[in-house]
Design a binder for this molecule. Structure first.
Ligand code: ADP
Length: 161
């Protein structure tokens, strides 16, 4: 079966934790759509275009990964695009409750939609985009937290803001 899955998120900015989940999903499925959430009520640090560009650069070695953006309900986007599987990373018990609720809500909205969870890599269970933003804006080294090929762009942007 030719299976396309979707990895949704804010990716503000992409971290090594995100890249780990995307890479593992790309080995398990035929195609992975990485979907950047455009949330007009929130003001992300990186614009939608910047988040997409950073993800494209970070995943350029993965031929079956495509970066897209979406606005509104993920369940609707999946229905329109004919996607039946969401892949998400689970870092800790703290992620679980929210993700569990989201998975059930998405299934109520779109009964064809399944959510699969991959456990975070042991080295990135603590890692989030907000942590990267905070450490970097205070002058800390984020070399171990973001993909090397986009490190300098992320630092430049976070130094400006
Ligand atoms: P955050 O802003 O918390 O970093 P996102 O909304 O961008 O998260 O996350 C998108 C997806 O990536 C979610 O499924 C989330 O659980 C997963 N994810 C985020 N950080 C990590 C990590 N360090 N390890 C594994 N999965 C992660």
């Amino acid at each position: 079966m030719n299976q396309t899955v979707i990895c949704p998120g804010s990716f503000d900015p992409v971290t090594l934790g995100h890249l780990d989940i995307i890479t593992r999903a790309s080995r398990m499925f035929d195609k992975v759509l990485v979907a950047v959430l455009v949330n007009s009520s929130k003001r992300p640090t990186f614009s939608t275009e910047e988040r997409i560009e950073l993800l494209r650069e970070a995943t350029k070695e993965l031929p079956n990964v495509e970066i897209v953006s979406f606005e509104g309900l993920l369940a609707e986007y999946c229905k329109k695009s004919g996607i039946g599987t969401i892949v998400k990373g689970l870092r800790a018990v703290s992620d679980f409750e929210y993700e569990f609720q989201m998975a059930i809500a998405n299934k109520k909205l779109n009964p064809q939609l399944e959510t699969i969870f991959l456990t975070a890599d042991a080295d990135s269970t603590f890692l989030s985009s907000s942590m990267v933003r905070e450490i970097c804006s205070m002058g800390g080294d984020i070399g171990n937290f973001v993909p090397a090929c986009v490190h300098d762009r992320i630092v430049r942007k976070l130094c400006q803001s």
